[in-house]
Design a protein around this ligand. Structure first.
Ligand SMILES: [Zn+2]
Length: 105
């Protein structure tokens, strides 16, 4: 996956994400990339207000994201996960989490 795709994806997430619990928006500091492969990316999105975690899994098969289409996918793919699930997910992946902020600096 090319970096520009990830940036586009993150920006789209930032533009469309609303916390399922309190409808707050999030920011780059609260998005963590759990896993990236050539065509897919898994994000842990944390609500800055109520700290609800949402897992976002995306298959990126094309470079240009249609925002409306993306919005539907985002809403469909968002699900609440517990801290415990995140921990076990990270353990399974055996990888350090990469904060999105790190990628942009
Ligand atoms: Zn919230």
């Amino acid at each position: 996956m090319r970096f520009e795709s990830i940036e586009t994806l993150i920006n789209s997430v930032l533009a469309t994400y609303r916390c399922p619990e309190c409808e707050s928006q999030t920011n780059k500091n609260n998005i963590e990339i759990l896993w990236i492969a050539w065509t897919s990316v898994n994000l842990d999105i944390i609500c800055p207000k109520c700290h609800t975690h949402s897992l976002f899994a995306s298959q990126m098969l094309q470079m240009n994201i249609n925002l409306d289409k993306f919005k539907n996918t985002l809403n469909k793919n968002l699900k609440k996960i517990s801290d415990q699930e995140i921990v076990s997910l990270n353990k399974d992946l055996k990888k350090d989490k990469i904060n999105v902020e790190d990628l942009f600096e």
